[in-house]
Every structure is written in C-alpha cells, then in structure tokens.
Design a protein around this ligand. Structure first.
Ligand code: DC
Length: 229
C-alpha cells in the first residue's frame, strides 16, 4: 500500500461566505477531514458565558481558561467538540455565540490556548480547515490557501436562511448588522486578524451557487496539488 501524502487546505474568510458547507462537501469528495476552527472559539465563548464572564474582559477570560478541556472528535465523519466531556451541539451556533466567539477570539491567551489543537490535527491528517487565520498563522505552509468571500448582503442572506432552517427566529436586518459588526471586529483586531495570506487565492462567490463554489475550489486544489491524489 502506498502512503498518501498529507495535504493541508486552508480556507479563510468572513462569516456567511459558505466556508463550512463548501469545505464539508470538499472534504467528503476528497476523503479528507473537515476542521471547523470557528467551533473551537464558539465553544470557549459558551464556557465564558456559562461562567458569567464578560467575553471582552481579557483578564477574566484568561483566568478561567485552565478550567477548560477541549477535545475534537470525529463521529461518523462529522466534527464534534467536547467541552469538559460534553458535546453542546447546536448551542454554539446561535447569533449570541457568534458574537461571544468573535469577542473571545480577539484575546491573545485564547488564541494561544487553541493553537496547538488546530496545528496537531493538520500535522497528522489531510485536512480542509476553515477559519480566519488558517493561511496566515495556523497553517502557513498549507498546500492550498483560499480566501473565500461574498458581498455582505449575500452573506447575510445565506446566514439568515441557515438560521431559519435551524428553526431560529431572526430578522434579516439584524443578521446583516451583526455580520458587519463581527467582520469589522474580526478583521481589525490586533492579533491574527481575518485577512488573506499573501499567497492565498481570493475567491468571491457572490454570483456562484453552492455547486459552482465547490467546483471552483476543487479546480484550484487540483491545479495546485495535481498528481498528489
Ligand atoms: O467561523 P465562525 O463564524 O464559526 O467563527 C466564529 C468566530 O470565531 C469568528 O467571528 C471569529 C472567530 N474565529 C477566529 O478568530 N479564528 C478562526 N480561525 C475561526 C474563528
């Protein structure tokens, strides 16, 4: 049996660009792992909320990090994050947790706390990993780096539909406002801001549907890694 080369694919970009659904489909096609790094920040946010700590209080958040044990597991091909032994499922997916995650993610100790978990998964597995700093900080030597984005209105509409499908009652205007706020915060923070790596390929999928987006990214991967699969 030949040993397959490990390939690392980094997908960064703002919320609502479809990074996670697109990455999941690509992971399935290429038979590699999909790593959703936002889920890690969301889980830290959930813990911070459960402790009644202000997610912008860097000292307060840093003080409770030692109480957190995070484990990433793959169950039937899907990523599950365990917080002190418990998988909180969709509880990390609310708009409130999006803001908690964005707030705690600007704290350097939180980023340092999650760094090795992310690097370790990519060291031992072929992955498509999505986030904000994957191409710049987590996997600077990734085989393929893509910065995926779309217009704010387009991204907000996708997120709005996704939340409605999950049964959450939200208004489009509120989703757009929250998304703009979060993007501004994530891309302007002092540490690991959400920005394309210098060697990333920029893809705006405002005019592409899901399948076209998947195909566009597969083409980029094949161009870069052709012959390795
Ligand atoms: O991808 P997401 O919407 O689930 O991410 C939630 C928040 O977590 C996002 O607003 C910023 C933060 N995040 C980050 O700072 N770095 C990452 N690699 C992934 C997410």
């Amino acid at each position: 049996m030949t040993t397959k080369k490990i390939i690392n694919i980094a997908i960064d970009g703002p919320g609502g660009a479809g990074k996670s659904t697109i990455s999941k489909a690509i992971a399935k096609k290429l038979d590699i792992l999909y790593v959703d790094t936002g889920a890690l920040y969301r889980t830290v946010g959930l813990f911070v909320k459960s402790k009644g700590v202000d997610p912008k209080d860097a000292e307060g958040v840093t003080a409770i990090l030692p109480e957190i044990s995070l484990e990433v597991k793959y169950e039937n091909g899907a990523q599950a994050v365990y917080l002190n032994g418990v998988n909180h499922g969709d509880a990390i997916r609310t708009p409130e947790m999006s803001m908690y995650a964005s707030n705690v993610s600007a704290i350097p100790s939180v980023r340092a706390f999650l760094l090795e978990t992310q690097k370790q998964i990519a060291r031992t597995n072929s992955v498509i990993m999505d986030g904000r700093d994957i191409g710049t900080v987590i996997l600077p030597n990734a085989d393929v780096k893509i910065f995926l984005t779309a217009s704010p209105e387009c991204r907000a509409m996708r997120r709005y539909k996704e939340l409605c499908e999950r049964g959450q009652s939200v208004k489009y205007e509120d989703v757009l406002k929250e998304m703009n706020e979060r993007d501004a915060q994530d891309s302007s923070r002092a540490i690991a801001p959400a920005k394309p790596a210098e060697d990333a390929i920029f893809l705006d999928n405002s005019e592409l549907n899901f399948e076209e987006s998947v195909n566009a990214i597969i083409d980029i991967i094949e161009n870069k890694c052709g012959g390795t699969r």
